[in-house]
Design a protein around this ligand. Structure first.
Ligand SMILES: [Zn+2]
Length: 392
């Protein structure tokens, strides 16, 4: 039985800064404000209030270890996501980060749904989002269990969804096992755990769950994390969702194979090559890319997550796809496995910041020439330039 209690609590807003523009987004209906606080609920409310206050304190102190100690220790994907989220905040700080607890709906003895408002300032602008979080009790201690979802699962997947996407989650689950089999065969890899897919129904909630420094995205995966995606209301078509999941699953399989050491353009090149059930030929990709070709230097100078223009984003993806398609066409598909296996031998890094990409590109520059039988990465860049010059 659901019991509803309510409260209005502002938890520690670190500094006060005048805001020029307030962006307020309501993903779901707020909880009703109608029930009296019982003793047990009061106790849970106090504990959750404490957890949120500690989280904000640890963010202020940049104490990752203590911050993570508040997260559900059984949820390894969530822990990885929160480590990456926290490290992004260290690299690209925001002002006045705050979480306000708006209300609690007790679900059962060990799990609780809480409505929060999360906000911060960047460049003098206030950005906020209201969403639901789950808190769970393990041995009498309450932990933050991340964004609130229900879940369904099968042999290799757990699909987490909100009420809006319940039907879609069940339909999607039916489509996943054949993709898993195809990719497990293709990449000769069986992930150690069930693959977690989180279906957000609110774009800003998804963005703020990934990292505060980036713009919106429709789908996301980083090594060790869950696959996260946004499903717009009214756009709940399982075919197009499965397509996004395929793209993210290529990321999951290839990054797992390379232990996360994959440069952005290589990652996107692989994902766009394999997101379709039938891979496009090199000639066909070249045909669509021929008026916007980039050198490797140009491709590597772009910070994908900072792009906002849709045409720039498309150009980045098509050029990444084209280079990988060229490698497959000239050297054979099996060199991809050799490249990823080589990258897996390199030291892994924490976080998902752009600085990491510099290191991943360095790894690639060491691995790629020997796999392709070239003397240096410069030779590979020249080879690609010749290829571009042919069609220019
Ligand atoms: Zn991608």
């Amino acid at each position: 039985m659901k019991k509803l209690i309510s409260l209005t609590l502002t938890i520690l807003i670190l500094l006060t800064t005048a805001c020029q523009l307030q962006q307020n987004i309501l993903p779901q209906q707020p909880l009703p404000n109608n029930a009296a606080l019982g003793q047990a609920e009061d106790n849970i409310k106090n504990q959750i209030t404490d957890i949120i206050a500690q989280q904000i304190q640890y963010i202020k102190e940049l104490n990752l270890e203590k911050y993570i100690s508040l997260i559900n220790p059984a949820d390894l994907e969530l822990i990885k996501e929160q480590i990456n989220w926290f490290n992004d905040l260290k690299l690209e700080p925001v002002q006045d980060f705050s979480i306000k607890l708006l209300g609690i709906a007790e679900i059962d003895d060990n799990s609780c749904k809480a409505e929060v408002e999360q906000s911060y300032h960047r460049d003098g602008k206030k950005i906020s989002v209201k969403y639901f979080k789950r808190f769970i009790k393990i041995f009498e201690r309450i932990y933050d269990a991340g964004n609130y979802f229900e879940e369904v699962y099968n042999e290799h997947f757990i699909v987490k969804y909100t009420e809006q996407n319940k039907k879609l989650a069940l339909e999607l689950l039916q489509k996943l096992e054949p993709i898993y089999k195809e990719f497990a065969d293709r990449w000769k890899l069986e992930p150690e755990r069930k693959i977690v897919i989180k279906m957000f129904d609110h774009k800003e909630e998804l963005r703020q769950s990934i990292k505060l420094s980036m713009w919106a995205c429709a789908g996301w995966y980083e090594f060790g994390e869950s696959i996260r995606m946004f499903i717009a209301k009214g756009k709940e078509d399982v075919g197009s969702i499965a397509y996004i999941v395929r793209h993210e699953l290529v990321h999951l399989f290839t990054m797992t194979k390379a232990k996360g050491n994959v440069a952005y353009w290589l990652a996107e090149g692989l994902a766009t090559n394999y997101e379709d059930v039938t891979r496009r030929s090199y000639a066909s990709v070249m045909q669509s890319a021929k008026n916007r070709l980039m050198s490797i230097e140009q491709l590597e100078s772009i910070e994908l997550e900072k792009l906002t223009d849709m045409q720039d984003i498309r150009n980045y993806y098509i050029n990444s796809e084209l280079v990988i398609s060229f490698i497959i066409d000239k050297y054979g598909e099996q060199v991809l496995d050799t490249i990823l296996n080589g990258l897996a031998q390199m030291p892994s890094l924490e976080g998902t910041g752009h600085e990491n990409d510099t290191v991943y590109r360095e790894y690639l520059s060491q691995i790629l020439p020997s796999v392709l039988g070239l003397r240096s990465y410069e030779d590979f860049k020249r080879l690609w330039q010749q290829e571009i010059d042919k069609v220019k």
